[in-house]
Design a protein around this ligand. Structure first.
Ligand code: GLU
Ligand code: MG
Length: 448
């Protein structure tokens, strides 16, 4: 555990002159101001000032109607977490730190997702438990074309050497930069979609795991940008190409993180009783979790049956069509939640996942039996009913409605995060609904 004094020493010995103090808004965007060297000591005391209303801006940079935070609701202070300090190896004399949003007087603020996640970690600790998480993200490397479109930067096959080798300088630079920033990449490879790559960061405590995902995303985007590419984490950029998901790997441990508690002991038991209940909670709250994890109108164009992205509420062993997968019965056993994409705020998402799992433990929710077939082949309500399986929300409005109705998840997020998240996402939905999309002209302009 680092403290402010120690970080000030490191800033000095690392020769840092610029510090990016970063918070993550409800759309998961990394937002920052850079602070010059002579103000370093000051920001550990007073933080960096941002408008509270920043949290109510959507991805169009428009303020959501009915926002709680407006022009007249003042500021919050972004106070850097000393544990998050990292030198940015590809930017001269620059480092970053992730911040807690604090009240004007420096007190913890309920609208801060990072604070809410740490509160959830404390709730687990009071039960003698903790969670470990790892994020596995997919993204597509594009070359921008002259007509304002994008062309996948590689058409090589799935996990081919050629696909990795084609952009090896970039891939190597990403891994080395991340290692320099204390983010350990487990593996990186060419996924099956055109231009699509995938990497997993090492599992860790929830806040560090979420930080690592945010660092991963920004490092990939920045290094691709520097090289003239666009690295996109959009869930489904093109209808005829695979989508990009964010799979979250989860396990439950004792409070000290010494003993894993969620996996079964015997060869035949994928999960312990506690693990089964945690999984039962994930499935019981799957619709609300998906609203947070897959928060764009575009997300639901990825979550379709038969795409290896989940569309049903179920779990399975080694089953890539299921919402929750136990990757294998070997020692790699853990739970992988597969419906999210990289448009989520990982702090909000992990808080919600942990709340759902804890509800499962508290209420001893038993999951249904695992599915042992390709559930992606189930496309109609009738087939799903015959198999006693429910669909995940099929659209963003459906998902947001489920989130609003989920008291367990709502309580964990707190009223500020939940209400403003819903407003921001619904304002994007309203803009989408007003828009006339190219597909509509193609279909109707001449035909009607
Ligand atoms: N691209 C798929 C998704 O959108 C996942 C493919 C895989 O199993 O890695 O979730
Ligand atoms: Mg993948």
């Amino acid at each position: 555990m680092a403290d402010a004094h120690e970080v000030l020493g490191r800033l000095d010995s690392d020769g840092i002159e610029h510090l990016w103090v970063i918070f993550h808004d409800y759309s998961g965007r990394s937002c920052t101001k850079t602070v010059p060297k002579d103000k370093f000591a000051d920001i550990f005391k007073n933080g960096v000032v941002f408008a509270r209303a920043d949290l109510d801006f959507n991805l169009e940079d428009h303020m959501a109607p009915g926002s709680m935070f407006t022009a007249d609701t003042g500021d919050f202070l972004a106070v850097p977490d000393p544990n998050s300090y990292a030198v940015i190896p590809y930017r001269e004399r620059t480092a970053l730190m992730y911040a807690f949003m604090r009240d004007d007087d420096g007190a913890p603020w309920e609208a801060c997702p990072r604070t809410q996640l740490e509160r959830m970690v404390e709730v687990y600790a009071t039960k003698g438990l903790s969670v470990r998480a790892a994020f596995e993200s997919e993204f597509i490397l594009f070359e921008p074309t002259d007509d304002g479109e994008y062309r996948p930067a590689a058409t090589d096959g799935m996990f081919t050497v050629a696909g990795l080798d084609r952009h090896y300088s970039l891939c190597k630079l990403i891994i080395e930069s991340l290692h320099g920033m204390s983010v350990s990449v487990e593996q990186l490879g060419k996924e099956y979609g055109p231009g699509q790559y995938e990497a997993t960061t090492h599992y860790d405590e929830p806040t560090k795991a979420a930080d690592d995902f945010c660092t991963f995303k920004e490092v990939v985007r920045a290094l691709a940008r520097d090289g003239g590419w666009v690295a996109s984490f959009m869930p489904k950029p093109y209808v005829d190409m695979p989508g990009s998901g964010l799979h979250v790997h989860l396990s439950v441990w004792d409070a000290e993180g010494r003993r894993e508690l969620s996996m079964g002991e015997g060869e035949e038991d994928p999960l312990s009783p506690l693990g089964r209940n945690f999984l039962g909670g994930l499935l019981a709250h799957a619709a609300a979790l998906t609203a947070i994890g897959a928060p764009l109108v575009n997300s639901y164009k990825r979550l379709l049956p038969g795409t290896w992205a989940p569309a049903h509420i179920c779990w399975g062993i080694g089953n890539r069509a299921a919402l929750v997968r136990i990757p294998s019965m070997s020692r790699r056993r853990h739970m992988e939640f597969r419906s999210a994409d990289c448009a989520c705020n990982p702090f909000i998402f992990l808080t919600a996942l942990m709340a759902a799992g804890l509800d499962g433990i508290r209420s001893q929710i038993e999951p249904p039996p695992p599915v042992d077939y390709d559930v992606g082949t189930i496309t109609t309500r009738e087939e799903a009913e015959a198999r006693a399986i429910e669909f995940l929300p099929r659209s963003l409005p459906e998902a947001l409605q489920a989130l609003e109705a989920d008291e367990v998840v709502a309580r964990a997020l707190g009223s500020m995060v939940l209400s403003e998240f819903l407003k921001v996402k619904r304002s994007e939905l309203a803009a989408y609904n007003l828009h006339v999309h190219p597909w509509e002209r193609k279909m109707y302009l001449e035909a009607i």
